[in-house]
Design a protein around this ligand. Structure first.
Ligand code: ZN
Length: 232
């Protein structure tokens, strides 16, 4: 569904850019062109935005930066691990002792444990099982505020445990894993632009706060609009 949306968007962008380059249009014509194309794009944007948008997960990491490469490996899904395994989640950077926030409205179903053996890496062997609508995921290496109940987006749900005491030199992080172990990035949009970027022309064009739902596509449109202005 997401892929289909991108395809439609790409098709429309292709059509519009080829027609605009063939004529020497004035800036007002370009403006009209921009607006009409955006109206055409609108249904495609709804499709593209399917999925779960994460707000800020950890204090000190407003954009949900994913752990890069360090002495223990890297934080993307599928990254190799010692012993031949592959990483089954996505790691969001989070310094030890940081506050961990609900990245969306969610329901905590129960406590989670990264390691089956209670005594293994005991200092960080805690987490939460969570649902958000029909999406089910886990957050690991946090000391929970509570282990059951509904929580509003932005509310503190835990504290980052002392990962450095267990894995010195690693990039401390919260591990996000889907309950079905699929790639979290195919369900969750981690890039939190809500609080960190201006919502720009999407606001005054429509006079409504659509940007909560259209953050990624609006970035795409702004990039495209920027290149149109530059080429015109
Ligand atoms: Zn991980």
């Amino acid at each position: 569904m997401r892929a289909a949306g991108f395809l439609i968007t790409a098709l429309l962008l292709q059509t519009s850019s080829s027609s605009s380059s063939s004529s020497s249009s004035s800036s007002s014509e370009q403006r009209y062109h921009l607006t009409s194309t955006f109206v055409l794009l609108f249904p495609a944007l709804i499709t593209v935005s399917a999925g779960l948008q994460f707000g800020q997960l950890c204090s000190g990491n407003p954009t949900n930066t994913i752990r890069g490469s360090d002495i223990k490996g890297s934080g993307h899904y599928g990254a190799p691990r010692t012993g031949g395994g592959k990483h089954k989640g996505v790691d969001i950077e989070c310094a030890d002792g940081s506050d961990v926030y609900a990245p969306t409205d969610l329901k905590i179903t129960n406590a989670a444990r990264p390691y089956v053996d209670v005594n293994k890496n005991a200092a960080i062997n805690k987490g939460l099982n969570i649902t958000a609508g029909d999406i089910c995921f886990k957050l690991w290496y946090i000391r929970p505020v509570k282990t059951y109940g509904t929580v509003q987006k932005g509310e503190k749900i835990g504290t980052m445990l002392p990962m450095q005491s267990v894995f010195p030199g690693i990039t401390s992080h919260v591990h996000v894993e889907m309950c079905d172990k699929s790639d979290p990035t195919s369900t969750i949009d981690f890039l939190n632009t809500e609080d960190t970027q201006d919502k720009g022309w999407l606001h005054w064009d429509f006079g409504l706060d659509y940007s909560r739902h259209f953050e990624a596509p609006s970035r795409l449109c702004r990039m495209w609009a920027g290149s149109l202005v530059a080429s015109g």
